[in-house]
Design a protein. Structure first.
Length: 229
């Protein structure tokens, strides 16, 4: 009986040591993974990585992990001569395989949300244009146009859509002077524009775009998504 108690104590102690070592290994792996994340053709601000599942060490011994949650802030890329910045992106990566001697990782599938703030969207728009939330799934676009030598400021409600799965399009529902030869084109030259959303990790694709009070929310999904390496 005494030997059994001793054995149980040893098991508990060893189990505690294993858990402590396992959690320490997770913390180290998360920190290293956050440092290694690269996105081709884009600059990124900060990254945060959270590895799910227990135990971690047995997963890593098999060459991968079940799930990794990633948050990236400040993804910036050039599109159509303008800098377009994704304020933040959160993604859940599933069945993540470690590659290139543990220096890279590829997820079998992933899903998440990218957000473009209205401040960043304004910077990507035409000069002299400001964009904010317009309510009811619309954005409000304010710009100044030159009418017969006089600057005139106008605001319009616009719809934002995805084109070809990679470009966001801002198109005014109705503009002042609609139908007047030359005037509508002049106004839309300021308010309407297309911008390619680049800088996403390889394998992620845009699925749906939705204006919200916090910015444009873009649903993303993908397969064979590569984040690090």
């Amino acid at each position: 009986m005494r030997a059994l108690r001793i054995l149980l104590v040893i098991v508990v102690v060893l189990g505690g040591i294993f858990v402590a070592v396992d959690r320490a290994a997770v913390y180290f792996a998360e920190s290293e993974a956050a440092k290694r994340i690269r996105i081709t053709g884009a600059t990124i601000g900060s990254t945060d990585v959270s590895i799910k599942g227990f135990p971690f060490l047995t997963q890593i011994a098999g060459g991968g992990v079940d799930e990794v949650d990633v948050e990236i802030t400040g993804i910036e890329t050039a599109a159509d001569g303008r800098r377009l910045r994704i304020s933040r992106m959160n993604a859940a990566l599933h069945d993540v395989e470690l590659t290139d001697g543990y220096s890279g990782a590829t997820a079998a599938r992933a899903s998440g949300t990218a957000v473009i703030s209205y401040a960043d969207l304004t910077k990507a728009a035409s000069d002299g244009v400001a964009i904010e939330y317009g309510g009811d799934n619309k954005v409000k676009v304010t710009g100044t146009v030159d009418v017969l030598g006089n600057p005139v400021s106008r605001s319009v409600l616009s719809t934002v859509t995805l084109v070809d799965g990679r470009t966001l399009r801002v198109h005014a529902d109705k503009v002042p002077g609609e139908g007047v030869p030359g005037l509508e084109k002049l106004v839309r030259g300021k308010t309407d524009f297309d911008r390619e959303v680049g800088g996403l990790p390889s394998g992620l694709k845009l699925q749906k775009i939705q204006p919200t009070a916090d910015g444009l929310e873009i649903s993303v999904t993908g397969t064979d998504v590569r984040l690090a390496g």
